[in-house]
Design a protein around this ligand. Structure first.
Ligand SMILES: *[C@@H]1O[C@H](CO)[C@@H](O)[C@H](O)[C@H]1NC(C)=O
Ligand SMILES: *[C@@H]1O[C@H](CO)[C@@H](O)[C@H](O)[C@H]1NC(C)=O
Ligand SMILES: *[C@@H]1O[C@H](CO)[C@@H](O)[C@H](O)[C@H]1NC(C)=O
Ligand SMILES: *[C@@H]1O[C@H](CO)[C@@H](O)[C@H](O)[C@H]1NC(C)=O
Length: 434
């Protein structure tokens, strides 16, 4: 598995001709993920509950530069920023910027429209933060901000979900050209928007740190994570990125053995192995710590600056068994107060919020680094209606309702709630621009 340290963008030939792998492979991945939700998650690792915080900067008093400096303006601007992490979904007549046929980059499993999902009500909701209004997404504005820049998504299939939503929204203004693909299941891809010289790419890295994923062919059925080393498959390209979106989480639930250098720190869900069960919250924290430190060390002092956005944990909505009809049957968002952020969703989000806050504090010593969480956990939690469910496959009920039907209550339909994540991301980037 020496290839895990290889950056596929650098060392592999361009292979645009590579065919899309059949969705069945992806299904295998999902199958291996879903049953884990039904095993008890160890709770002895729970940290004190992290309070809901806003993404506004907590302090701007330490700045010693002139009051009109860009940094100062940014700080002031950030304080006036909208806290979009709490709010409610309200009906919205306008609907999405794209649909299941107008955009070519939607992964099959998330193209609910083309797979025959009959209800379309889930497309007509808008997130209304408590204290402010979230501006609509203007593709043109987004592209202008990114002019001559490279935006890179790094993470797992939730990163891909968000990337594909963004590409679809941007495509409505300017069609991108796919200029690079590599990896099974198209794990590494890059697009170029000629109109604005914008590059958007995605790097598969479900742990952010170096990890060896368990494979079907190998006898081991657990992942190996090297918590002290950042994953060079993406990190070696860091000097050519202007904005990095990090989005991970669900893969940390898998059985795994954790390493610090050569020594084993412990493991998770590792029956049969003689290692200590350590859960995954601390591991998740350490992965972010290593990742954010690596970005600060390598890019913190660079003159051209870099922005880091951490998309917070995205909740799943399995209500019943994952292979039974109606695993996530809701067709409307939860109303205010109907669903609280708690348990694993709150813990995972909390880790990300705390780590980004720590990194932000550290980055103050450097000029060129901006960091923010894209706090989507609560607003996504309120959208049980936004998942593909059985429509991860085309026309699942063409022959009536069968005994077993696989459901995806983890990823999100496109168009769908993830479009709102990108609406907020544009808002974050606008603030950075000041
Ligand atoms: C999808 O969008 C395209 C272009 O905007 C439009 O022509 C088409 O009718 C739409 N299809 C559906 C099913 O809404
Ligand atoms: C396009 O953007 C890249 C950075 O992503 C930059 O290196 C290059 O010089 C830009 N090209 C032009 C023509 O401005
Ligand atoms: C498990 O590890 C402990 C401590 O390293 C060792 O004493 C013990 O013999 C090991 N047990 C097995 C079954 O290998
Ligand atoms: C990483 O953890 C160390 C030790 O706990 C801490 O001092 C540091 O601030 C953390 N760094 C980041 C970027 O979170």
């Amino acid at each position: 598995m020496g290839s895990t340290t290889t950056n596929p963008f650098k060392h592999q030939p361009h292979s645009l001709t590579k065919k899309l792998l059949p969705w069945t492979l992806y299904a295998l991945l999902l199958i291996s993920l879903l049953p884990l939700y039904f095993f008890t998650i160890p709770t002895f690792q729970l940290h004190q509950h992290t309070p809901i915080i806003t993404t506004t900067t907590t302090s701007s008093s330490s700045s010693s530069s002139s009051p009109t400096s860009k940094e100062e303006k940014r700080a002031i601007n950030a304080q006036m920023a909208c806290d979009y992490s709490n709010g409610k979904w309200v009906p919205d007549k306008v609907g999405p910027l794209y649909n299941g046929t107008s955009c070519g980059t939607i992964k099959d499993g998330q193209n609910c429209m083309s797979h025959g999902r009959p209800d379309l009500g889930y497309l007509y909701w808008k997130w209304k933060p408590n204290q402010c209004k979230l501006p609509r997404f203007f593709p043109e504005t987004f592209l202008q901000i990114l002019r001559n820049k490279h935006l890179a998504f790094v993470g797992d299939s939730m990163a891909r979900n968000q990337l594909e939503s963004l590409l679809c929204m941007l495509s409505s203004a300017s069609p991108p050209k796919l200029v690079y693909t590599n990896g099974d299941d198209i794990k590494f891809r890059r697009w170029h928007f000629h109109s604005h010289n914008v590059t958007v790419s995605i790097y598969w890295s479900p742990f952010l740190v170096k990890g060896i994923e368990k494979t079907e062919s190998e006898s081991v059925n657990y992942n190996r994570l090297y918590l002290d080393s950042v994953d060079e498959r993406w990190a070696s390209d860091m000097d050519r990125m202007d904005i990095i979106v990090l989005s991970v989480g669900h893969w940390f639930l898998h059985p795994a053995v954790y390493y610090n250098g050569e020594s084993v720190l412990g493991c998770h869900y590792c029956t049969g192995l003689n290692y200590t069960e350590v859960g995954f919250y601390d591991v998740f924290r350490k992965a972010f710590n290593t990742t954010l430190n690596a970005i600060i060390e390598r890019r913190g002092s660079s003159s051209n600056g870099i922005g880091v956005i951490v998309t917070t944990f995205s909740p799943h909505h399995f209500e019943g068994e994952w292979d039974k009809f109606g695993a996530c049957p809701k067709t409307q968002p939860y109303m205010e107060g109907e669903k609280e952020l708690e348990g694993m969703d709150a813990e995972m989000r909390g880790v990300e919020v705390v780590e980004v806050r720590a990194a932000k504090e550290k980055a103050k010593n450097f000029g060129g680094l901006r960091l923010d969480v894209l706090d989507v956990t609560k607003l996504s939690l309120m959208r049980p209606d936004g998942h593909p469910g059985p429509y991860m496959y085309a026309n699942p009920f063409a022959n009536g309702i069968g005994e077993r039907v696989q459901n995806d209550c983890v990823h999100w339909c496109l168009p769908g709630p993830v479009d709102t994540w990108n609406e907020i991301m544009l808002d974050v980037m606008k603030r950075w621009e000041v």
